[in-house]
Design a protein around this ligand. Structure first.
Ligand code: FMN
Length: 208
């Protein structure tokens, strides 16, 4: 077997290794055809039992984004107050989050449809089944970010919906089995990511 990468492998590794999280975007719309290509690639992610439990919600209406920010920030502000943050720090964080969510050309809410889970009589297996669904949804999110990167777009995963899933579900009028997992913000990048500190392979790989 050849040890050096083929041109195809070299190209793919370069693409995969160059993806970074980007949080500021150009004020330039993402063409619908590009967005659909990205979403169709995300549909190819692997999933437990091939159940494809991912669901996507495209939140374009500014009014709906405002409503989302309102409910998310209510919950977040309460948490930060409980954590003892100063009012100034709380307002800075809320402002930064609002700007990000309003300015992103594409805001997707990534959901897990819990109806796709197999039912089990015991909590141990049900919990494993729930985790498999969540893991599958995360893989679709990763495929989506990588497909966006391949298209010259950039994006970031935001965990905010995890902290107020019911409020997000209500605000987006989602089916009751759709569990909000994350926001994915996408657009043409307006910043470069800072160099990232990587854990070396030797720290994360055990051989037995
Ligand atoms: C599950 C998950 C949750 C994340 N949540 C947030 C978030 O809420 N806000 C944010 O700015 N970045 C978030 N990120 C992005 C990470 O900060 C980012 O992936 C990490 O710093 C590594 O940088 P890179 O993506 O540029 O390689 C999240 C990433 C993951 C995988």
């Amino acid at each position: 077997m050849k040890d050096s990468p083929s041109p195809r492998a070299r190209w793919a590794h370069r693409l995969l290794r160059s993806r970074r999280s980007i949080r500021r975007f150009q004020n330039r719309p993402v063409p619908r055809a590009v967005l659909e290509r990205i979403l169709r690639t995300a549909l190819r992610a692997p999933s437990a039992h091939n159940r494809q439990p991912w669901r996507f919600v495209l939140v374009q209406s500014p009014a709906r984004r405002e409503a989302l920010i309102r409910v998310l920030h209510q919950a977040w502000q309460r948490d930060m107050e409980r954590d003892g943050l100063t009012e100034a720090e709380i307002q800075t964080r809320l402002h930064r989050s609002r700007v990000r969510l309003m300015a992103a050309p594409v805001l997707l809410c990534l959901c897990h449809d819990t109806r796709t889970e197999d039912p089990y009589p015991d909590p141990r297996r049900q919990q494993a089944e729930r985790l498999m669904g969540v893991q599958s949804v995360a893989l679709a999110g990763l495929y989506l970010l990588l497909a966006a990167h391949a298209e010259g777009l950039a994006g970031v995963w935001m965990c905010a919906p995890l902290f107020a899933p019911e409020a997000v579900r209500r605000t987006l009028a989602l089916p009751s089995s759709w569990e909000p997992q994350a926001f994915l913000l996408l657009g043409y990048p307006a910043q470069r990511a800072r160099p990232k500190c990587l854990r070396p392979l030797s720290q994360v790989l055990l051989e037995r």
